[in-house]
Design a protein around this ligand. Sequence first.
Ligand SMILES: [Zn+2]
Length: 301
Amino acid sequence: MADQLIRATAADGGIRAVGVITTRLTQEARKRHKLSSVATAALGRAMSSALLLVSSMKKEGSRVNLKIKGDGPLGGLLVDAGLDGTVRGYVENPSIELPPNSKGKLDVGGAIGNGYLYVLRDVGYGYPYSSTVELISGEVGEDVTNYLVTSEQTPSALLVGVFVDKSGVIASGGILLQVLPKAARDESLVQLLEERVSSLDSFTTMLRAGRTLPDMLKEVLGDLGLHIFPEVQLVRFDCSCNFDRVLGALKLFGQTELQDMIEKDNGAEATCHFCGEIYQADSNHLQQLIVDLQTQSAINN
Ligand SMILES: [Zn+2]
């Protein structure tokens, strides 16, 4: 099934539900960054979470950045997702592998360790809203749920998962259920959602069993006046980097450094952290940057 996101409401608009499938984009991230299985699971869960978080924003161009900094062997990760359905991200140490945890699952919590989750919501103007919470388990889903409940004060239930085998990513995605402010005082509703989500199979078990996103939402909210919006939004791994931006970044090194790169290396190589794309700037490109800098300083003087 293609990577996609669907939105729904239930309980007369008191509940907001979103589901996302990210199997292909997680596989793409795995390939681009040569991720180990546990790193794939960590980044896939984070990319699904960020897409689910950004889906509630209204303003075109809105983005969510989700950054985890941990003391485990994975180090940390950074994900950037847009309301337009694009997402990109990377982990600090892509190749680390750990034995399965006590439940026989990929040990994402052990890979991330103790630390912090930073979430930034940017609507494209003014100051972005950002907040930090301590990690509870490093399993990503629990940590993002804790962020939503404590920092955004929205009762939420989040289920994210990634299933990887030797051939790559077989299933990835998640579901987010939120009780909106007008219904948030209804403790029984909040409790009901928590119970239902915790009684569900893992997201990837359901997806691998052939269940669609609407099937899953029906299972949780079917008797609560579920309304699934007909629009299906496609989501994909996409990075906004390009050669011009790389040249812009190289320019910041200044004339002396650039001259040095020309003489020592005949050019420069730059890798985009977010997508792993490698850009080669040759001596001519660097020479042109030096000319630009000279022209600029002549104008400024
Ligand atoms: Zn890039």
